[in-house]
Design a binder for this molecule. Structure first.
Ligand code: PLP
Length: 389
């Protein structure tokens, strides 16, 4: 059985490998603390679960849903954008439902990339951007995110011939894995760049509701001209602790949204309507939950950043996301340090090179375990002995 080239070139999904290591260690009786996967540990708020249960009993929801989402769902996304960002969206033409934003991020490449086309991909970055481009036969062009440029791509460094060939650019702020945020100047420059070279900006805003120290993450669509050059992906996953529910959206340029709807109607049959009703309850209900979760993550961030800094790191406190991105000590690479930490302490961290070659030399910690386990993880880090930086 020979696999198609398109799939044989796919790496195993990073976390599938990490899961296997964790399972094996647990079976051996090791008390594993997993700071690996960015999957919120707290439950979905009760009013959202109640809505699912209520709507699960309604036979109208037992039939095929629309691929682009119920109008009521798209209206709820539009009202969230109005209330949260002051951005106006037409729910009929500028919003599409997604079965998790991962689904849309992978499929957008099928809408716009032909073999030989170029997609501009941040590195380190969420692996799905590059995978979508590869599956479409296109060429990913890497935009390095480095500490020197505060993990924001240097648009001036993209060669003109590449920019001319590029059809899509993936951007993600607040950023996974680096925790970086982008400022107004970057977004203004990005929109001008996209206009000049006729590039569709795909802004991934999966972490837009988690922010610290008074910071408030903007939507890409708040910036003048953004809707003419791109779309934004958003999701209930991290905002409302709903990663398992698979409900998200893309919003923005109507032609891009229409193309996404067209590809979806040919590939999937949409998201269970009871889940869409639950997402409506999330998006239109009390938003205090996102503030409370941000406070929880902020406290965990402080434990990790202050704990690592006491051990010799020099990390700044991130303003958003559920991640801490830190350099490995001297004498290690990403993999060897993650292995060393796991063997010595039973703490799982993610090697930075899993997010691309510019992630080499870093590791990522997810803030998705309770405070006492964070403190325990830092205490175990002390057993690593003296580290050089
Ligand atoms: N984008 C980024 C940057 C992510 O880190 C994730 C999940 O971890 C996603 C998108 C996908 O989120 P979902 O498919 O759950 O909406």
């Amino acid at each position: 059985m020979e696999e198609a080239k398109r799939i044989s070139q796919l790496p195993p999904y990073l976390f599938a490998r990490i899961e296997k290591t964790i399972e094996k260690a647990k079976a051996e009786g090791i008390d594993v603390i997993s700071l690996g996967i960015g999957d919120p540990d707290r439950p979905t708020p009760g009013h959202i679960i109640d809505k699912l249960c209520e709507q699960g009993h309604n036979p109208a929801n037992h039939r095929y849903p629309s691929s682009v989402g119920m109008l009521a769902y798209r209206e709820a996304v539009a009202s969230y954008y109005q209330n949260r960002f002051g951005v106006e969206l037409d729910p009929k033409t500028e919003v599409v439902n997604l079965i998790g934003s991962k689904e849309g991020i992978a499929h957008i490449s099928f809408c716009y990339l032909d073999p030989g086309d170029v997609a501009l991909i941040p590195d380190p970055g969420y692996p799905v951007y590059g995978i979508g481009a590869l599956l479409s036969g296109a060429e990913p062009y890497i935009m390095p995110l480095t500490a020197e440029n505060r993990f924001v791509p240097d648009l001036d460094a993209i060669p003109v011939d590449i920019a001319k060939k590029a059809k899509l650019m993936f951007i993600n702020y607040p950023n996974n894995p680096t925790g970086a945020i982008a400022d107004d100047d970057f977004y203004k420059k990005l929109i001008a760049f996209a206009k000049e070279y006729d590039i569709i900006v795909c802004h991934d805003a999966a972490y837009q509701d988690i922010s610290f120290d008074g910071y408030r993450a903007p939507s890409f669509l708040e910036y003048p001209g953004a809707k003419e050059v791109g779309i934004e992906f958003g999701s209930c996953s991290k905002s409302y602790n709903m990663t398992g529910w698979r409900v998200a959206w893309a919003v923005g340029h109507p032609r891009v949204i229409e193309a996404m709807g067209r590809i979806k109607s040919n590939i999937d049959s949409g998201c269970f309507q009871a889940v869409q009703h639950a997402a409506i309850a999330a998006l239109t209900g009390p938003q205090v939950f996102t503030t409370e979760m941000s406070e929880v993550y902020q406290e965990r961030r402080d434990i990790i950043v202050e704990g690592l800094n006491n051990l010799g790191w020099q990390l700044e406190k991130t303003k958003s996301t559920i991640y801490i991105w830190a350099p490995v000590p001297k004498g290690y690479n990403s993999i060897s340090f993650a292995e060393f930490v796991f063997e010595k302490t039973g703490v799982v961290i993610t090697p930075g090179n899993g997010y691309g070659k510019y992630g080499e030399g870093y590791f990522r910690i997810a803030l998705t375990v309770e405070k006492d386990r964070m403190v325990e993880a830092i205490n175990r880090f002390r057993e690593l002995g003296t580290l050089q930086f």
